[in-house]
Design a protein around this ligand. Sequence first.
Ligand code: FAD
Length: 397
Amino acid sequence: MARYDTIIVGGGPAGATAALMLAKGGARVLLAERRKMPRYKPCGGCLSRRVERLLPFDLGRLVEERITNLTFTWRGRDPVEGTFSEPMAYMIWRNKFDQALCERAVEAGAVLQDGRAVRSVTASANHVDVDLDGQTATADFLIGADGVCGVVARDLFPDRAQPGLVALNAELPLTRAGEAALKGRVILDAGQVPGGYGWAFPKGGVASVGVAVERKAARRLLSCFTAFLGSSGLSGGGAIRTTGALIPIHRDGNRSLSRGRALLTGDAASLVDPLLGEGIYYAIQSGQMAAETILTDGSRHGDLSSYQAAVSRMIIPELEAAGRLSRTAHRASWLWFQVLKRRRVVMDLYKKVLMGEASYRWFEDQVWAGTPRFVVALFGLWAGRGALSDRRQGAGS
Ligand SMILES: Cc1cc2nc3c(=O)[nH]c(=O)nc-3n(C[C@H](O)[C@H](O)[C@H](O)COP(=O)(O)OP(=O)(O)OC[C@H]3O[C@@H](n4cnc5c(N)ncnc54)[C@H](O)[C@@H]3O)c2cc1C
């Protein structure tokens, strides 16, 4: 098999954008994807608008729905509405979106081998070997973009994290009334899912509807899903497809994402927002950072350690802010809901994060700065240690 500059395992958003950037930079790239593209990926398909800033092309026809309304519900009732004059998110189908990214990478010169799985990887001081369905491919560098429970993390990163959330996602055909109710709107539900949330994300006549629960409550996944579906009023006909999945939300701590000639990106690196499960943005961002590192420090000195520093500086603080908020939101979800009801400005603040106009850290500060002191104290009591106290430590460091 030919020798490459970089082998990327996984053709999702992290791998495909890394391949695109590397190929544009003149590198010989192999993008190995175990499924035939386009492939189904269980996902809500919600892209925050800031994703647009990262992509070097127009999303155009990939957008199924433009989201201008955000509805939070408590057990399917008591809606709290945020309405915006411009879209703060787009809905896409992952099969089409990921396929389009892979096509861009191929147009730029990357070699896509889809329908072929990487079975194992080994790394030495000056190259990496990949077993691609029984054949060995060799490269200078390796990017693990193979998602949750990937082979690259398994073989080269022994301190990899365990996924924190378990999810069930269904593609649900909507009645005319359901389609009208969800037009341009996403619904997020709290109160009936332990440590997690429910969602309904529209794409014309179909909605991606699902729940994510903390892993220790996995046995309750189906009952939570049924409860959310019933309370949402969307449970008309049968789902086209229902799929279980793991969501590798970021947990505390800086795990190693760079080891010798290998890097981890996206879900393989657990770069998923713990508050609302957004992962596509961080997958693309980390894929591009990995490519950038290889094109600069990797090519010049064979050293990829600056990737870890870049992720620690630009992504981890955001995910940690989201993690602190998620601990209060998920442990004291009723109190959070009351705050949302009384301080609708919180949605306007969050919109700035989704648009890429403000950081999560800024959002976190704004939320607490504007919340009455006695309510903040209640959060401290209710959500317990490890929620607000972590924030004080984080703020001081
Ligand atoms: C139910 C659910 C809903 C979600 N909703 C949203 C949402 O609305 N918005 C959002 O931003 N995020 C959402 N996420 C998170 C988002 O889907 C992920 O964060 C994102 O897909 C990560 O991209 P990635 O490229 O890192 O990994 P993936 O998209 O998982 O891509 C990894 C690829 O690697 C391939 N692969 C795996 N192993 C191998 C191998 N051995 N050899 C070759 N190829 C391999 C896989 O087939 C896959 O194509 C959701 C996740 C779930 C589970």
